[in-house]
Design a protein around this ligand. Structure first.
Ligand SMILES: Cc1cc2nc3c(=O)[nH]c(=O)nc-3n(C[C@H](O)[C@H](O)[C@H](O)COP(=O)(O)O)c2cc1C
Length: 196
């Protein structure tokens, strides 16, 4: 397990080869075994491929262009926009992108009270666990993955395309063409405070 955890890298170059239904199901299966608050399992998976992928990419492009014009949810530096365009190309190469939706989640623009915020934070933590389970299982099966936060540049477009529920994250999958070198992590001594 430790080896898998350390071996996982964000893959940004995928082969054209499709992923079989069995592999996709296997990855989803790993996701659904994530823990969740009160075991509510408040997640829905939207598996995007084929023609739906084309629709998704058009919407991503539209959203990033809108954000670039300063009409997005937030204003971001130019480099972030360039990064978002790069991400669109990666999603184009990846045969499958899975969106994770929280059926009980609230719109980003919602003004939260404390209870709602706490609930949302817990829900998002659990959906993060789903994503990591999927990434690790994929790696075990020789499949690369990329976690995609840049979907939020196309928040309105993708949200209405997805329909009910709140879009939390997306992850693209495919057989890796190129895997980045060993990753970098801050040393533990910079990250940990022990209180004995
Ligand atoms: C929440 C989240 C959102 C991310 N969004 C993107 C993205 O939109 N595009 C991208 O290329 N990488 C994205 N990444 C990947 C990170 O850049 C990557 O995990 C980080 O640089 C560490 O590299 P590694 O995953 O290879 O260890 C995202 C990662 C996380 C956890």
């Amino acid at each position: 397990m430790n080896e898998l955890i350390k071996k996982r890298r964000s893959v940004r170059h995928f082969k054209k080869e499709e992923l079989s239904d069995d592999i996709v199901k296997d990855i989803l299966e790993a996701g659904r075994w994530a823990p969740s608050p009160k075991n509510r399992q408040h997640w829905h998976f939207i598996v995007v491929r084929g023609d739906a992928k084309k629709e998704m990419l058009i919407l991503m492009q539209k959203g990033v262009e809108r954000t670039e014009k300063g009409e997005g949810l937030i204003n971001v530096p130019k480099e972030w926009i360039a990064d978002a365009y790069r991400t669109i190309h990666i999603m184009q190469d990846a045969p499958v992108t899975i969106f994770l939706v929280n059926p009980e989640g609230k719109d980003l623009r919602f003004s939260w009270d404390v209870e709602e915020k706490m609930r949302e934070m817990s829900d998002i933590q659990a959906i993060g666990a789903v994503a990591q389970n999927m990434a690790l299982r994929a790696l075990e099966k020789g499949v690369g993955s990329l976690w995609i936060g840049n979907i939020f540049f196309a928040y309105e477009e993708l949200k209405s395309w997805i329909g009910d529920g709140e879009m939390v994250l997306a992850m693209s999958f495919g057989y890796p063409q190129k895997v980045p070198d060993k990753g970098y992590r801050k040393p533990l001594k910079e990250l940990v405070t022990y209180r004995d």
